[in-house]
Design a protein around this ligand. Structure first.
Ligand SMILES: Nc1ncnc2c1ncn2[C@@H]1O[C@H](COP(=O)(O)OP(=O)(O)OP(=O)(O)O)[C@@H](O)[C@H]1O
Length: 253
């Protein structure tokens, strides 16, 4: 695949929920293969709406969304902040759910579930129930459930927003480690600037009223990234760049 060619292009996209509420206005964005793209912005600027537009869960009011290889639009997986696991079902059963819904038998699903659980290092707890797991482990189950369908594009809506800082840092590292193996395209919504800088090739800063892009900040730091990046001056400088763009984002234009 040509990495200079976007896999998806949103052009002049707007989303209006009702007459008063223009959630997103005239937004243009290209998404490239295997990139990690973060969306940051003040509450209500339309980050989740944009993710839902990309996923096709919400329809555009105007503009276009093109998947340049039509099969890619079918290979999306969503991860939400709330792990949303079935409490009465084991880890294995929770990860099996998308395959079950797709009509895959338990026997045929076995290997894929095993691989997904190994990826997030949960194969030891496959027979545990969600109540027996920590918040970080629940989120890993949620990620395994997204990965079991072998998506090409992961849409993640504040997946680590409810976790403590140490667990978040750990899961950021695990996500990058998984990404280096699988090279999905990831669109990642977060309120945490450090997280956005650490993970991303590109941080897209959105502003409110109406929801729009105010800055795109490339993070020109090679992968693999680790704690040495977190301690680097460049990390703080990127943080400042994003923070400055964000402070402009909340000023009406
Ligand atoms: N289903 C809906 N019906 C009506 N309005 C909606 C709907 N979904 C979102 N909105 C509105 O669209 C705007 C953008 O909301 P959205 O949830 O996308 O913002 P956000 O940037 O993700 O916010 P947060 O950071 O608080 O999660 C808000 O004004 C919100 O009230």
């Amino acid at each position: 695949m040509d990495i200079d060619q976007p896999i998806a292009t949103l052009e002049n996209v707007s989303k209006r929920f009702d007459r008063q509420n223009l959630a997103i206005a005239d937004l243009t964005l290209k998404i490239y293969p295997s990139e990690i793209l973060s969306l940051v912005g003040p509450s209500g600027c339309g980050k989740s709406t944009l993710l839902r537009l990309i996923s096709g869960l919400t329809s555009l009011s105007s503009g276009t969304l093109n998947w340049h290889n039509s099969s890619q639009s079918n290979q999306l997986a969503f991860v939400f902040q709330d792990a949303a696991l079935m409490p009465w079902a084991t880890v294995w059963e929770n990860v099996y759910l998308p395959l079950k819904l797709a009509g895959v038998s338990r026997k045929s699903a076995q290997d894929r579930i095993q691989e997904a659980l190994e990826l997030v290092q949960l194969e030891q707890v496959s027979t545990s129930y969600p109540r027996q797991l920590s918040g970080g482990m629940k989120m890993r189950v949620s990620i395994a459930r997204a990965l079991v369908n072998t998506p090409q594009v992961l849409l993640m809506d504040e997946p680590f927003g409810a976790l403590d800082d140490i667990t978040r840092t750990q899961l950021n590292d695990e996500l990058l480690n998984l990404w280096s193996q699988k090279r999905w395209t990831i669109v990642f919504v977060t309120h945490n600037i450090y997280e956005a800088v650490y993970l991303s090739h590109r941080v897209v800063v959105m502003g409110t009223a109406p929801g729009r892009i105010v800055a795109e900040i490339p993070i020109n730091e090679p992968y693999p990234r680790d704690s040495s990046f977190r301690g680097a001056i460049a990390y703080t400088e990127y943080y400042q760049q994003v923070a400055t763009a964000l402070s402009q984002a909340i000023t009406p234009h």
